[in-house]
Design a protein around this ligand. Structure first.
Ligand SMILES: C[S@@+](CC[C@H](N)C(=O)[O-])C[C@H]1O[C@@H](n2cnc3c(N)ncnc32)[C@H](O)[C@@H]1O
Ligand SMILES: [Zn+2]
Length: 148
């Protein structure tokens, strides 16, 4: 970022030099969620979900009775346990998600699927979850599948 450009004239661009313009706050979907604090472009990498590598299926058994699950399955044998990870752990599920997770080996990257307006909640599609018996989905989308 050029120090000679006045703050008001600076264009938002997401790069390694800029903090990702997202914030955690209360969500209508569930608990806390992650929200855009500026307009975000489509198809843009926002960052990586941090967490601890754990072994499956033991990790799945450990969380399947929990109300909130912070486990991302990477393969048949490994998962990322992100309950103490960065802000991306607050990504809620939507059946009409505006972001997606890209799994590359042991990394989980988060990208926007389309342009997102400042103030909108960022959501991903969890796919299948270990919630035993399923959890009622509160995403509110017209195409909601009903269960997580
Ligand atoms: C990774 S946490 C998401 C952050 C969570 N809202 C919080 O406050 O910490 C995942 C959990 O959030 C809840 N959740 C996420 N999306 C949901 C949805 N669409 N409907 C109901 N619960 C949801 C479920 O309990 C799920 O196991
Ligand atoms: Zn839904």
């Amino acid at each position: 970022m050029s120090p000679t450009v006045p703050r008001t004239k600076r264009k938002l661009s997401l790069s390694a030099d800029h903090p990702i313009p997202v914030k955690v706050r209360s969500s209508k979907i569930n608990g806390r969620g992650l929200f855009a604090s500026a307009n975000l472009p489509g198809r843009r990498k926002l960052g990586e979900i941090s967490g601890e590598l754990v072994r499956l299926p033991a990790a799945r058994r450990k969380v399947e009775q929990s109300d909130k699950i912070y486990l991302i399955e990477l393969s048949e044998r490994q998962a990322l346990e992100c309950s103490s990870g960065n802000s991306f752990r607050y990504l809620n599920h939507s059946c009409a998600a505006n972001c997606y997770m890209r799994i590359i080996r042991n990394k989980v990257e988060v990208y926007t699927l389309r342009p997102i307006k400042a103030g909108d909640e960022l959501t991903v599609n969890y796919g299948e979850t270990p919630h035993r018996g399923g959890m009622r989905c509160a995403c509110g989308a017209a195409n909601c599948k009903g269960l997580l």
